[in-house]
Design a protein around this ligand. Structure first.
Ligand SMILES: Nc1ncnc2c1ncn2[C@@H]1O[C@H](COP(=O)(O)OP(=O)(O)OP(=O)(O)O)[C@@H](O)[C@H]1O
Ligand SMILES: [Mg+2]
Length: 388
């Protein structure tokens, strides 16, 4: 099925010769995006001559990373070199004179052939999963959970990237004793054309586990200079290159966090046994509900469980109206591992908190996304090859 995006509601008749009758016409860009999201079988978008070139290029850019199998053909009343350069750089496959219906029919045929080839390739390449670890209160264990879950996934052989989206005070790199050669800020210069090589230039690898990391710059002032679409592009590109992309976040609904949650396949929501943490998480969950997030792709994790502080896990579940999926006990090994600069799952695999963190990664991530755990070879914590 071909999507025809044209401001003229009668455009379907105009291009009937070239496009045939299996056409889904749309006059608004957001409807085109929704149609593509709703039906993964779409393979072609034809954009009519009245759609502004910027909007057309934005769509092509988004699809280039997110749905590379979908071709974009751009129709224009007049062709010129600048326009063609701009369009092709954004990911448009061909720019065609709007009244040349034979050329359009040929381009549609070429697209079909390419789509068939790509379908063969993509059957074996599944898209990676984005998992955002969030809490609305500081200091409850987001970095501990994201780092350890990511380290365990990487150690299990999965290509894993940990993105530190705490752009002001991120401490993932330091907690793993890594010195990044590039940072999220460097991605701003690659805006609109981030690719494997660009991502590789800012990734640092934690050699003992094979975990790749993207860290923020050490200047907190950089955070507000990073547009959300750079984060979106980072996550979309990473999703095409890694099995799992784990996102650590600051304790606030920043634009960057909302962007990450929006593209996430799973949100891991952390609370502890204290009223402010539970209350803030409930408010955050209400916000996610309002934004249209699904409750199916959320898990609640109780960190520092078992502490006798007058609040128990049943009360937390009642207040959150959601079951706790994993409880991570309070353990002195957690800060000890952080201070040594090694993930707890590596430093002390037998510790109760370490076991709970691995369970979170195994049950709520690997199994949830279709990994058959018994079939995954146990490879210990040896050196891993990074994917990018
Ligand atoms: N299960 C646990 N047992 C004991 N200490 C823990 C546990 N989880 C986290 N901690 C400790 O709590 C502190 C805060 O943890 P962490 O940095 O992971 O929280 P955070 O939510 O990322 O904080 P921030 O909001 O500041 O980014 C750290 O010193 C960490 O070692
Ligand atoms: Mg943190």
């Amino acid at each position: 099925m071909t999507i025809l995006w044209d401001l003229d509601p009668r455009a379907q008749e105009t291009y009937a010769f070239a496009l045939g009758d299996r056409v889904e016409p749309h006059t608004h860009g957001p409807r085109v995006m929704r149609a593509l999201e709703e039906d993964p079988r779409h393979r072609l978008v034809v954009i009519g001559p009245d759609v502004p070139v910027d909007s057309a290029c934005q769509l092509a850019e988004a699809l280039r990373v997110d749905r590379p199998e979908v071709g974009v053909l751009l129709l224009r009343d007049r062709l010129d070199v600048n326009l063609m350069g701009l369009a092709l750089r954004s990911g448009v496959r061909e720019v065609i004179q709007a009244d040349d219906h034979t050329a359009l029919a040929d381009a549609v045929r070429r697209n079909e052939q390419l789509a068939m080839q790509l379908a063969g390739d993509s059957a074996t390449t599944a898209r990676g999963k984005v998992i955002t670890v969030f809490s609305a209160k500081g200091g409850v264990g987001k970095t501990t959970v994201s780092t350890n879950v990511a380290a365990h996934l990487a150690s299990s052989g999965a290509r894993t990237l940990l993105v530190d989206l705490d752009l002001m005070f991120g401490d993932v790199a330091i907690s793993l004793q890594l010195i990044p050669s590039g940072t999220v800020t460097d991605l701003v210069a690659m805006r609109g054309h981030l690719d494997r090589a660009g991502l590789e230039s800012v990734v640092v690898t934690h050699e003992p586990t094979g975990l790749d990391i993207v860290a923020p710059s050490s200047d907190p002032g950089d955070a507000e200079r990073i547009p959300s679409d750079v984060i979106l592009e980072l996550l979309r590109t990473a999703r095409g290159l890694y099995d799992y992309v784990i996102v650590d976040t600051p304790p606030a609904f920043t634009e960057h966090v909302l962007t990450a949650l929006d593209v996430s396949d799973l949100a891991v929501l952390i609370t502890t046994l204290d009223i402010p943490a539970v209350k803030n998480l409930r408010v955050a969950m209400n916000t996610l509900d309002t934004l249209g997030g699904s409750t199916d792709n959320r898990v609640v994790v109780l960190n520092r469980a078992g502490m006798k502080v007058g609040l128990d896990s049943d009360e937390v579940e009642t207040a959150l109206k959601q079951a706790i999926s994993v409880s991570i006990p309070n353990s002195l090994s957690v800060p000890a591992a952080t201070n040594r600069g090694v993930p707890l799952v590596v430093h002390d695999p037998k510790d109760a908190a370490s076991i709970a963190l691995r369970e979170l990664a195994d049950r709520q991530v690997r199994e949830r996304f279709g990994e058959r755990l018994e079939q995954v070879p146990k490879r210990g914590f040896g050196r891993r090859r990074s994917r990018v």
